[in-house]
Design a protein around this ligand. Sequence first.
Ligand SMILES: C[S@@+](CC[C@H](N)C(=O)[O-])C[C@H]1O[C@@H](n2cnc3c(N)ncnc32)[C@H](O)[C@@H]1O
Length: 298
Amino acid sequence: MLYHIPALLKESIDGLNLKPGGIYVDVTFGGGGHSMEILNRLKNVKLVAFDQDDDAAANAPADDRILFLDQNFRFLKNNLHFNGIESIDGLIADLGVSFHQFDEPARGFTFRQDAPLDMRMNKSATITAARLLNTMDEHSLADLFYNYGELINSRRIAKEIVASRSVKPLATVNDIIDAVGRLAPHRQEHKFYAKLFQGLRIAVNHEIDFLKEMLEQALDVLKPGGRLVIITYHSLEDRVVKNFMRTGNFDGVEDKDFYGNVQTPFRIITRKGITPDAEELAANKRARSARLRVAEKI
Ligand SMILES: C[S@@+](CC[C@H](N)C(=O)[O-])C[C@H]1O[C@@H](n2cnc3c(N)ncnc32)[C@H](O)[C@@H]1O
């Protein structure tokens, strides 16, 4: 089975501005598409790859230039330090889930097939989607679907979930579809379920919090002139990345000096972000929501 097709491959690796002898980090190794492109383009390079899903380890090539770490990227700095690396020339993150994770029904990431409500990228993490759905209070569930799923009827969704679990705990994809299916707008059922599952997945994997932790550490370890290259797949994570690159903080609040000049740790390379062209979308429609942003540390 195909593990993954990398999105915006050429544009993202161009964005790293590779330099011979450089040290680069791919914090979302997955099927290794972006990592392999780095290794193919540059003979003299050191690459550190992270993935919290141990399935990804099997994709790591037997190549002295790469060090694969079966770790969450929220521990970026500690892991680099542990391996004797204090500064890097570039970092790439291709966020979200791989095709492999999404297409494996047992992982519970898709609403298209019945499976246990799992959704953990790290299979040894303790909190599954079922656990969240059965234990969170109604108010917090509504916040989860509103903030992470961007669903406007989040209060009714939470109410239905709480009613359903009081009869029988939610355990499978079909259980949640049965619980909230009647709230899905007519002819927009798939969009509704996609948002519902996106919200749950983000919460199960703490995606926004861990992204922020990683970005702050990336800023610390990047050398001046080093590149930060991030591919996002939905507006929530894109906003985090955009604000951070523009202002160095997550609220996007500009810090100005005495003369009114904006103080920012980055020079923006891609002002609006880069999205896949028609040719890429024809070959890989799953790349449709990808957006690449590149910034250089000043
Ligand atoms: C979209 S895939 C990356 C695909 C990869 N660029 C390729 O070309 O095959 C995202 C990967 O990042 C991993 N991932 C997501 N969040 C992570 C985190 N906080 N720490 C480590 N790995 C993470 C997932 O397990 C998944 O394998």
